[in-house]
Ligand binder design. Structure first.
Ligand code: FES
Ligand SMILES: [Fe+2]
Length: 392
């Protein structure tokens, strides 16, 4: 159980909030390549409670600017992209990707051009995603996790339907291994009938362990038949499971955008010309109506992800942890909250948080990818405790 203040401390993401300051220390995906084109060069994105416009100018540079024009606030979503940046549709103020004001029609106002700097965040294009860094300089680097940098296979990108819930709910789920055998029992049984629907396949599992490694929290399940699986949580906002990373990006305190990046190695280890060349897939809504909240919508519950989205959204737009009752099997959740709190405090002290990488030439980071893939194959042929697509 947390107090309301502790809950706010861990969950709120807007400017000036403690958890928001932590999350701003990491590069976050804010869009996929297909979302910007010559026909549609601008896209509205809300990230960490900030309203922003992602755009590609006619020189091919990609920028991320505050939505409201610095002149009198019209949205830059409707701006016209040009060689040097984006020009507000209302009176034409022209911005470059760094937020410099290059023109102020109808007059030339040097004082404004010198003194006003529009909010702008650096953007990187990497593995078919646009990544933004919204924290203080100097920016770290995007870590070289094996799933993201290997070239001996194909990467697939999926964008989940918007999660209408706070980011911490899916993250806590990532260190909650017990739910797999219960919430997902209709999917993982594959013909078997559970002892009871209350316990699901809980008795398949002998033990759970949690420990910290260099980049996050590993949750380890040991099954009664001797097999073991590991689902690392990459701190602070990524689940590594199977061949995927599930990257949870807070839109604001009550909404989250989730990007899946999967890596499938070639059988013979051969390098692929364009590992990121496969088209992105936008997953349709898991609930009907798609734009309503519980209890005014119904989740399909037909596979793992809709089941997870049901659990996360029905906890509430921002779960009230003052009324929860944690049990022994929630110790991974407790550990994650402790690590999160400690790192929020590190950032408040001006220190780098857990997992931040600054060396651009660092070695590829092994996230247990090959073992996870082997375990998943073994699981699906022998015992089927897991399912390849999308679980937690
Ligand atoms: S509101 Fe954008 S130029 Fe006037
Ligand atoms: Fe799950």
């Amino acid at each position: 159980m947390l107090t309301q203040e502790e809950n706010d401390f861990l969950t709120q993401v807007g400017p000036g909030t403690p958890a928001g300051a932590l999350l701003r220390r990491y590069w976050l995906p804010v869009g996929v390549h297909e979302e910007l084109s010559a026909e549609h060069p601008t896209k509205f994105v809300r990230v960490l409670g900030e309203d922003l416009v992602l755009f590609k100018d006619k020189s091919g540079r990609v920028g991320l600017l505050a939505d409201h024009c610095s002149h009198r606030g019209a949205s830059l979503l409707y701006g016209r992209v040009e060689e040097r940046g984006i020009s507000c549709a209302y009176h034409g103020w022209l911005y470059d990707c760094e937020g410099n004001i290059l023109e102020t029609p109808p007059e030339r106002n040097d004082a404004i051009m010198r003194s006003v700097k529009h909010t702008a965040y650096p953007v990187q294009s990497f593995i078919g995603l646009y990544w933004a860094y919204m924290g203080p300089s100097p920016a770290p680097v995007i870590p070289h996790y094996d799933v993201w940098v290997r070239t001996d296979g194909h990467r697939n990108r999926y964008v989940q339907p918007q999660l209408d819930a706070n980011w911490l709910q899916p993250m806590e789920n990532s260190v909650d291994p017990a739910h797999l055998q219960i919430l997902h029992q209709t999917v993982i049984g594959r013909g078997r009938t559970p002892v009871s629907t209350t316990r699901g396949f809980t008795d398949d599992v002998e033990s759970y362990e949690f420990y910290l490694n260099d980049f996050g929290i590993v949750k380890k399940r040991t099954y009664a038949n001797g097999t073991v699986d590991y689902h690392p949580l990459i701190f602070p906002n990524i689940l590594r499971q199977g061949n995927a990373t599930q990257i949870r990006v807070p839109i604001d305190d009550e909404h989250t955008r989730i990007f899946f990046v999967r890596f499938t190695p070639t059988e013979d280890g051969s390098v692929v010309d364009d590992p990121d060349g496969l088209p992105v897939e936008f997953i349709p809504s898991y609930k009907q109506p798609a734009d309503r909240l519980h209890p005014f919508t119904k989740f399909t519950m037909e596979s793992v992800q809709p089941q997870d989205h049901m659990a996360w959204e029905t906890q509430g737009p921002r779960a009230n942890r003052a009324t929860e009752h944690l049990s022994y099997s929630d110790r991974g959740v407790v550990l994650y909250r402790r690590v999160l709190k400690e790192n929020i405090e590190r950032v408040a002290q001006g220190l780098d948080p857990f997992g931040l990488v600054r060396d651009p030439d660092h070695e590829t980071i092994d996230t247990n990818l090959m073992e996870s893939i082997a375990q998943q194959r073994e699981g699906s042929s022998a015992r089927a405790p897991t399912r390849a697509p999308a679980q937690a």
